[in-house]
Structures are given as structure tokens and as C-alpha cells.
Design a protein around this ligand. Structure first.
Ligand code: ASP
Ligand code: MG
Length: 411
């Protein structure tokens, strides 16, 4: 007998019929003898609908009130699911975040969980009930309702699993697991049986949107075994784990992530003197713009070029700041480019294999794709390329690193 936390996302509880399907699924596990805690999101679209309502009153709604309102989305689905469970003979009870006492800080709309009182839940489980808990919400010390940021129900699920010392946290969603890359780009992408937390974090931060990043961080920190599964199809899903077992069949690269959300800025002809990087990036960071990749070229004639990438939303802001700096420093010019994309190969296997980066560059060279920037970490190599080559690059790399599904499998 195991204790399992199951989280169902918005599309999985998007209608009464689906909620009844979820109830049937939960019942199966329970009939198996497992103790089940279920975390649910609001019905799909509901959180957006509520936020829209608030925006009709004010462009910048008061965060405390916004939380009072958006938390209602999950309050509806917990009650419906508890009813659906009882209808098929499964004793169940629903709890809001505040009722469980998911204690958070007071940072409305992006609160962090501080502590979870697991006593009540354990009591309910002992009494034979399935406990249905609202995702995405908590309560602060003063009793104000808080929310954890968009996609926060994943974090609720993981945090509950950690607090309850659950055997597994299962995240049910509309895909059947984590893929080697986006199957919409590469038809031969494959579901991974396993991926490490570290790899998953890289994949998630590089634009693979299966799980909220915070939830993955949390699960890694507290060693909560996490599994991503399809809500309505059978299958083993993808297990996200701590162990990096080395096996012969284990590919060096686990996945290829990409991201179109960046823009590139270059300031040309800056003096090659100490403090230049700080003079450029200091004001950029003071303008609240986060910088991702940075490259400074080798100097000639005592001047150099300095290039970095930012989120596309910050591009105009960063450009303005940079033009001011260029004027002050007497730099030659500032150039910007938003038609770029970042492609990354991710895998813990890189730690023990040499030549991974050059294999990547070779695959891109064969396709005549120019690399504009490169950055590496222990388990990742990223390149910036022209956006129009993104799909070609991802496909080429997927093949080069032997990630393509064998014919007949996948599609
Ligand atoms: N309902 C919230 C949202 O849409 C939380 C979640 O679904 O995880 O962001
Ligand atoms: Mg979600």
C-alpha cells in the first residue's frame, strides 16, 4: 500500500464529464489499496476568465483581491471532484489551501509555501477518505488567501507529497510524458521513461512547458519521485528521479530544448578596459532586465564588441538603455536582433563523454546553420541561431544524437 499524491491539471477537470473520468481513475488506485490525495487545478480557462474580469475593473488589480478571486477556480473543482468520488462510492472530502493550512508568505500572486500542516490530511486518510486539495493557493500568517503563481498547482502537488512523505507525486496532464523534444517539431520525438531532476529543470527553463519549474525544483530539493502521465490514456509516463544510472543504452543526450523568446543586443567598438562589462550590464540589470547569454569578443585596436541576449519582452527596454550607454562610452554602434532562437542539447551523460559539443556543431554545420553564440554548462550546450532555422536545427540534432524513434514507433 502506497501513499500517492495525484495532481490533475485544468484540461483534465475541464468539464463535469472529465471530472467524473478523473474520479473513476482515482477510484482504481484506491481499489488497489493505495491512500490517495488529489490536487486539482481550476477548470481550463477559468483562471484566465477570472483575471479578465478583474482587469475590466482595473488594469492593475490589487493583488490581495485578485488572489481572493482567482482562488475560487480551484474551490469549484475540489468540491465537484469530491462529489463525483462520493457518487461512485468513494468516501472523499475537499479542502481549500487555507483549510489544510498550506502556509505561505504574503507575496500575493506569487507566494511561496513555508509550511504544510499534514495532520488533518493524515487523519482523513486514516478514516478511509480520499482527500481532495485545491492547488495553486495557500494562506499567509495573517489569514489572507494567497496564490502561488500561474501553473502553481504543480507546486502544491509536489509540496504536499513532500510534507506527507508520499511514495510518488503523479502529475496528470494532456501529454503522456516528457519527450526528447517537442513532437510538433519532430514527429519522431520519443517519450522518455526517465529523466533526472537536473535535466528536467534545464528542459523546463529552456521552454519545455510540461511542468512548472518551481515544482521541479521543489521535487528535486525534497527528493520527491515525480511522474508525468496522461490523464486519460494508460501508460507509464515519465519518471523524474535523482539517480543518474549509467547504462549502455542510455543516450548521452536526453533531450533537445528550444526557445524563441530571446533577443540579441550587440554594442560595438567599446573600449577594452577593466570594468566595461559592468558598465554595460550594470544599467541593464538596474532596468530590471535579465540577461541570459553573454559574449565578449577578442579585442583589436583596443576596442571590442559585447553581445548578450535578453527576453524578447525586454528587448526595447534593453535597447534604449544600451543606446544611452553607447553614447556615454563613445561606442561605435548598437545593433539588435529579435529574429533569433536558442537551441540546447541537455543530458547528464555529457559529464562522462567528451566531444558532445563538437558533435552538435558538426550537425549544425552539415545543415549550413550559422552559430551566433554558444554557452555551455555541465549538462547542457546552447547555441543561438537565426530563428528561421530553428526547426531544421532541432530535427538535425535529434537525428545526430540518435533520439529519433525507430520506424513504426512514434509516428
Ligand atoms: N489555475 C492556475 C493557473 O491556471 C493554477 C494551475 O492550473 O496550476 O495558473
Ligand atoms: Mg498546468
Amino acid at each position: 500500500m502506497a501513499l500517492i499524491v495525484q495532481k490533475f491539471g485544468g484540461t483534465s477537470v475541464g468539464s463535469v464529464e472529465r471530472i467524473e473520468q478523473v474520479a473513476a481513475k482515482v477510484k482504481k488506485f484506491r481499489d488497489n489499496g493505495d491512500d490517495i490525495v488529489v490536487v486539482v487545478s481550476a477548470m481550463s480557462g477559468e483562471t484566465n476568465r477570472l483575471i479578465d474580469l478583474a482587469k475590466q475593473i482595473s488594469e492593475q488589480p490589487v493583488a490581495r483581491e485578485l488572489d481572493v478571486m482567482v482562488s475560487t477556480g480551484e474551490q469549484v473543482t475540489i468540491a465537484l471532484l469530491a462529489m463525483a468520488l462520493m457518487k461512485i462510492g468513494v468516501p472523499a472530502v475537499s479542502y481549500t489551501g487555507a483549510q489544510v493550512r498550506i502556509l505561505t508568505d504574503s507575496a500575493h500572486t506569487k507566494a511561496r509555501i513555508l509550511q504544510i500542516d499534514s495532520q488533518q490530511i493524515h487523519k482523513e486518510l486514516k478514516a478511509g477518505r480520499v482527500v481532495v486539495v485545491a492547488g495553486f493557493q495557500g494562506v499567509d500568517e495573517a489569514g489572507n488567501i494567497t496564490t502561488l503563481g500561474r501553473g502553481g498547482s504543480d507546486t502544491t502537488g509536489v509540496a504536499l507529497a513532500a510534507a506527507l512523505k508520499a511514495d510518488e507525486c503523479q502529475i496528470y496532464t494532456d501529454v503522456d510524458g516528457v519527450y526528447t523534444t517537442d513532437p510538433r517539431v519532430v514527429a519522431k520525438a520519443q517519450r522518455l521513461d526517465k529523466i533526472t531532476f537536473e535535466e528536467m529543470l534545464e528542459m523546463a527553463s529552456l521552454g519545455s512547458k510540461v511542468l512548472q519549474i518551481r515544482a521541479v525544483e521543489f521535487a528535486g530539493k525534497y527528493s520527491v519521485p515525480l511522474r508525468v502521465l496522461h490523464s486519460f490514456q494508460e501508460g507509464p509516463g515519465t519518471l523524474i528521479t535523482l539517480d543518474e544510472e549509467e547504462s549502455m543504452e542510455q543516450p548521452i543526450i536526453s533531450g533537445i530544448a528550444f526557445n524563441r523568446d530571446e533577443a540579441k543586443l550587440t554594442i560595438r567598438g567599446v573600449p577594452d578596459t577593466p570594468g566595461v562589462a559592468f558598465k554595460i550590464l550594470g544599467p541593464v540589470s538596474a532596468a530590471n532586465v535579465e540577461v541570459d547569454m553573454i559574449v565578449q569578443n577578442v579585442a583589436h585596436d583596443n576596442t571590442t564588441d559585447f553581445t548578450f541576449t535578453v527576453h524578447r519582452n525586454d528587448y526595447h527596454n534593453a535597447l534604449q538603455v544600451l543606446e544611452g550607454i553607447a553614447r556615454d562610452m563613445g561606442a561605435r554602434e548598437v545593433i539588435g536582433d529579435i529574429d533569433i532562437a536558442k537551441v540546447s542539447i541537455v543530458g547528464v551523460g555529457m559529464r562522462s563523454h567528451a566531444g558532445v559539443a563538437s558533435r552538435m556543431f558538426e550537425a549544425l554545420a552539415k545543415e549550413n546553420i550559422n552559430i551566433q553564440m554558444i554557452s555551455t554548462s555541465e549538462i547542457k550546450v546552447s547555441v543561438v541561431i537565426e530563428e528561421k532555422y530553428l526547426e531544421l536545427a532541432v530535427r538535425a540534432l535529434h537525428t545526430a544524437f540518435e533520439l529519433d524513434a525507430p520506424a513504426g514507433k512514434g509516428e
